[in-house]
Design a protein around this ligand. Structure first.
Ligand code: SF4
Ligand code: SF4
Length: 360
């Protein structure tokens, strides 16, 4: 398998960066092996997440260093309760996600198709921030850690790894807030770079996953979590309890028992509250009684660290300050047009003629 890309890079300006895990296949496609979609792409095509593109047989990450949102807050809000409690973490996210959750609060940035289209056409003016500058900003704002969140971070793993390297070199910890749809190879890349995995178990029912991601199964998610556990990550699991979708007793019990058996009775489980959004706007917020009942089921199943959040749902970025507020550069210096300066695409630049075609 080709494993393109080296670590400890610090690009000062935007450019396409080779996809970390890619493989050229005999049929002329190139496969991305970052998540279980394993998109097989031809020249000009982009993967399901829209963040990776095939340029003349090589895959590139379009969103390296492109920041959709920044926020600062306690690590407990990720939610993580058993790693460096009381510390502050800078949360960052980009554009693109491997899922299309029907209740997602982050559509504009998590799916981010409009911004990713602009990046592909070299028309985006979204902030590019080098790995060093994001770590500078976190330290300047008194943070002890950096969290990758707001959508599945594997879609810009090239940047995640570079930021993690710089964060560790300068004494910060790193948190990866995940939908748990990540390949074993990607987890191996993250080993030693990510300190905490905050991992979703959205449901124990395959039909739930089918609705939000045509390729995902419960087994994909649980296998990824078990492999992460075997690699030694500090894992804290999370389930957003959604009325009528995953709040039934059988689902709660199955999740609690799986965590106890595979991650241990001391492994934290965070039960967050659903708030209506997007295609699930017709549902009410999760009743507090439902969350309390889920907590009781978790405790009765042997979990010692189950936590309920009545005022917290998914890790969303809807009301954050502008990204430029966290940086020393002037907005004019940051919000310029992003165009890759490399010449490997030839006269086409980064303009993609066929990117609309053939999602894998
Ligand atoms: S969805 Fe994105 S990250 Fe996942 S395999 Fe496809 S291109 Fe790679
Ligand atoms: S809820 Fe999370 S995993 Fe689902 S689409 Fe939104 S960002 Fe992606």
């Amino acid at each position: 398998m080709s494993n393109v890309g080296s670590l400890t890079r610090n690009f000062d300006e935007y450019q396409l960066v080779p996809t970390r895990l890619q493989e050229q296949l005999a049929d002329g496609t190139t496969r991305c092996n970052l998540c279980p979609w394993r998109c097989r792409l031809r020249h000009g095509q982009r993967g399901f997440c829209q963040s990776h593109v095939n340029r003349n047989g090589t895959l590139y990450n379009l969103s390296y260093g492109i920041i959709s949102s920044i926020d600062i807050g306690p690590i407990e809000n990720k939610p993580v309760k058993h790693y460096r409690p009381g510390t502050q973490v800078m949360s960052i996210g980009s554009y693109g996600c491997s899922f299309r959750c029907t209740g997602c609060h982050n559509l504009e940035i998590s799916w981010g198709e409009e911004e990713l289209n602009k990046l592909a056409r070299a028309k985006s003016t979204r902030p590019f921030i080098s790995a060093k500058k994001i770590v500078d900003a976190a330290i300047r704002h008194g943070c002890q850690g950096i969290a990758f969140t707001y959508s599945e971070p594997v879609i810009w793993m090239e940047y995640v790894l570079d930021v993690c390297q710089q964060a560790h070199d300068r004494g910060l910890y790193t948190v990866y807030v995940s939908n748990s749809f990540v390949t074993k190879e990607a987890l191996e890349c993250l080993q030693g770079y990510v300190d905490v995995l905050c991992s979703d178990i959205k449901s124990m029912d395959d039909s739930f996953y089918k609705k939000i991601c045509g390729k995902a199964t419960v087994a994909d998610v649980l296998d990824s979590l078990m492999y992460a556990e075997s690699l030694g990550f500090h894992i804290e699991s999370r389930t957003n309890i959604i009325p009528t979708m995953n709040d039934n007793e059988a689902n709660i019990l199955a999740t609690a028992r799986w965590i106890r058996k595979n991650l241990g009775a001391d492994s934290p489980w965070h039960l967050t509250r659903f708030f209506p959004a997007y295609q699930l706007s017709h549902l009410p917020p999760t009743p507090v009684d439902t969350l309390t009942r889920a907590h009781d089921l978790a405790v009765n199943s042997g979990l010692k660290r189950a936590y309920v959040y009545v005022d917290q749902g998914c890790d969303c970025a809807t009301e954050n300050l502008p990204v430029t507020d966290y940086l020393l550069d002037t907005p004019e210096a940051i919000l310029n047009v992003k165009q890759c300066p490399a010449s490997c695409c030839g006269d086409e630049g980064v303009l993609l003629k066929k990117y609309e075609e053939g999602r894998a």
